[in-house]
Design a protein around this ligand. Sequence first.
Ligand code: ARG
Length: 270
Amino acid sequence: MTGNKQVVRAALAAGVLTAASLGAVAVAGSASAAQSPDRPTTRIVGGTVAHTADTPWAVALNNSGSPSPSGQWCGSTLVKADKIVTAAHCAQEAVSTYTAIQGRDVLTQSAGKTSRIASISVDPEYGKSPAHDVAVMTLATPFDGVDTLPLNTDKTADAAGAASVVYGWGSTEGTGPEDTFQKVDVPVLGDAYCGKAYASEGYTADGEICAGYEEGGKDSCQGDSGGPLVLNGRLFGVVSWGVGCADAGNPGVYAEVATYAAELQAQIDS
Ligand code: ARG
């Protein structure tokens, strides 16, 4: 099973989410703040603090089975008042275990709106063929009046150098507080780069986006999965997987929304 991308992705989602969340909360969360006052106030990995008031369509997807006391699990994007797009690997638990949270910057606090999930539609090809790490969830209580993000439908938008931004409440690997909304600029590196970097993991040029920095330092991380990669005001990618976080030569891989836009739109309209 090793070398299979589904296994890599599942391990990152479940195993490392557990380890990273617990480790960060127990060790880095207190140690970095208390013992390194001169540490740059970076977030995500190498990013900056963000505010959901500026990006109201960025919706946290909590789960009652999360190892984090806050319930932090994954990210998602509001694409219609009652529809969120997330990663397929974030959507494998029972529907009753999820809570979508809109407008809450710090997940240990209580601001914002919440909704249970009424139903989940995972890409039917997920786990059978490479990539396809996308799912649509229907909210039990629509987030009426909240700005939504349109899908990117341009398959050529992932050319190297495109200036995309990723958002999430995931692990900072000790570079900032956990459970706190953050963003980081991650330029597209291009399919050729990840095709080589992830030759053994299996990178799918048609269906995935490779974004980040060859030298590392800035990246999405465990717990950011399912959240938005944004380009020109559109949902461009969905946080999917990577080897480690922010390590040189191992950039982030994102599900390519344009590839799945038709099926996603059909679910959104249903
Ligand atoms: N699979 C991870 C999650 O479930 C996301 C990993 C993203 N990794 C990266 N290096 N960009 O949260």
